[in-house]
Design a binder for this molecule. Structure first.
Ligand code: ADP
Ligand code: ZN
Ligand code: MG
Length: 509
């Protein structure tokens, strides 16, 4: 019997607003002592009134739109009751039956996966306040820091549409990127900006791949996964654990909640899943209902180009390979850089005399050639040089204008790969423009035929034995001669011209 994993995710994204969800306290806990960003509202003192943060509502709506959701015309907040030290009011203000956004979808590509292109349904997205952070000291007491208490979150619930841990991970990475493109969250999992619960169940399939028995079976919810690795490992573990249960004829009969123990690499039973009724949800009486139509219209205008659209555009408009376009668009700053580089290159291309009278199609073709140079020099060479120096595109001294000019020098063969690398390093270290460096260091291509011919003659005269061997049939020695010419010209010799001169001279000798 084959078992198919069914997976759904619940994700909390911390919104990057200045203030908390329902009070004026600063909404960050970086670099401040515990329990300083607090006030009577977020500490849940009696008689205080929560006031919803409009910026958080806008961010939530923007997120809903980016996930292709319908934004609710009318929404409201509810109280979710539970008793725990990290929740001073003994209820969390959340949303129950009227979330801000419903019925969305996100498309992901899973290269090498069993399904390469997957659409994930988004059940809902709602706003809520975060709980405080509790931690345990070495002497066994528990401390609570209320700085995080009341900070705004958007919770996103997906349909059970994933069929592998890889799909879940790719989706989370896409969600992180979307949040960053929107500027609503840094969505850094390590810093707890993005937290995930994974729901996993199995179902049996017959040989034809049809479902045997119930459409869905009781699931296990694995709580609080806070790195992509944990998400992947926890899901893999659950699939293995549940497969074993099915194979021993003891499939899970009820839904349960488990926690991920990363040290042991296992999930551990926590408690039976609470029914929604346990939370005794009821409408928050202190906050009027929300009318969202106007905000939704406004945010729709502000919706930036999303990563998926940008990838497609970088491939079609600039002629970048889809995999290169993906790598570039995964970093918004790098994508902006590349965008500026292509705009420079376009002006350069259009001004070339040989482009005169040529149509748009010819331009696209030329742009495609440049695209290969850009991705090659950017993704392998420049990235490597920056990595060596511990910097990235945000902190580097290379401007898009200078990088574009560098590409034109390569494209017009004024410099070659060897000198190119020298110039690029120098650009990175000094922020100079490449033509300037080329002239300064005399790294321009040497294509003076008579000068090159002299150097070739000298190289051949210095290596008589190799010349004889070449003439006796060892033609691969040509590479050695080219290398020696390159060496004596510090890499500036025009390779094609050098080869031609060598071939002529070797024949004549
Ligand atoms: P609960 O009642 O436990 O909150 P929901 O129906 O609200 O469950 O779903 C919560 C999450 O669990 C969603 O992401 C959903 O896609 C996922 N889910 C629901 N049923 C299953 C199932 N049988 N197997 C795996 N995931 C599931
Ligand atoms: Zn406060
Ligand atoms: Mg639920």
């Amino acid at each position: 019997m084959k078992y198919e994993p069914i997976i759904g995710l619940e994700i909390h994204v911390q919104l990057k607003t200045k203030t908390k969800m329902f009070c004026g306290c600063a909404a960050h806990d970086q670099g401040v002592p515990p329990n300083t960003n607090v006030c009577p509202i977020c500490l849940g003192h009696p008689g205080v009134l929560p006031v919803p943060n409009e910026a958080a509502i806008r961010y939530g709506v923007l997120m809903g739109l980016a996930l292709n959701c319908t934004i609710a015309a009318h929404s409201k907040f509810d109280r979710k009751n539970y008793f725990y030290p990290d929740l001073p009011k003994a209820y969390q203000i959340s949303q129950y039956d009227l979330p801000i956004a419903i019925n969305g979808s996100v498309e992901i590509d899973v290269p090498g996966g069993e399904r390469e292109h997957v659409t994930i349904g988004i059940t809902r997205a709602h706003l809520e306040e975060d709980a405080a952070k509790s931690f345990h000291t070495h002497d066994g007491s528990t401390c609570v820091d209320f700085n995080r208490g009341g900070t705004p979150l958007v919770e996103i619930v997906t349909e059970p549409d994933f069929r592998s841990s890889k799909e879940a991970k790719v989706f989370l990475q896409e969600l992180r990127l979307i949040a960053r493109y929107l500027g609503v969250s840094d969505a850094d999992m390590e810093k707890g900006h993005l937290r995930c619960d994974a729901n996993v169940s199995l179902r049996r399939l017959d040989e034809k791949g049809d479902v045997v028995g119930e459409r869905f079976n009781p699931k296990t919810e694995v709580k609080n996964l806070n790195s992509f690795r944990h998400v992947e490992r926890a899901i893999e573990f659950e699939i293995a654990r549940q497969t074993h249960l099915w194979e021993s004829d003891t499939p899970p009969l009820i839904s349960t909640t488990r926690g991920w123990n990363d040290t042991r690499g296992i999930t551990e039973e926590q408690r039976s899943k609470e029914e929604a009724a346990d939370y005794r949800y009821f409408p928050e009486p202190d906050i009027p209902p929300l009318a969202l139509t106007e905000i939704a219209d406004e945010m729709r205008m502000k919706l930036p180009e999303l990563p998926s659209a940008r990838r497609v555009r970088f491939a079609t408009e600039y002629g970048l390979k889809p995999s290169d376009a993906r790598q570039i668009c995964d970093d918004p700053a790098l994508a902006d850089f590349v965008e500026a580089v292509f705009s420079e290159l376009d002006s350069w291309l259009r001004a070339l005399p040989e482009m005169e009278g040529l149509d748009e199609e010819a331009l696209i073709k030329e742009r495609g050639k440049l695209a290969n140079l850009v991705s090659g020099w950017l993704l392998s060479k420049l990235m490597g040089l920056m990595m060596d120096r511990g910097i990235d595109i945000r902190t580097s001294k290379i401007s898009p204008e200078n990088f574009a000019e560098f590409i034109t020098l390569i494209a017009s063969r004024k410099i070659n790969n060897t000198t190119g690398l020298t110039i690029l390093s120098s650009m990175l270290d000094n922020g100079d423009d490449p033509s300037h460096i080329m002239e300064d260091k005399q790294l321009g291509r040497m294509d003076d035929a008579s000068e090159l011919a002299e150097i070739v003659s000298r190289v051949l005269a210095e290596n008589p034995a190799e010349v004889l061997r070449y003439q006796a049939g060892e033609e691969q020695l040509l590479k050695l001669f080219i290398g020696l010419v390159m060496k004596s010209t510090e890499g500036t010799a025009d390779a094609a011209l050098t080869k031609n001169i060598l071939l002529v001279k070797l024949k004549a000798e």
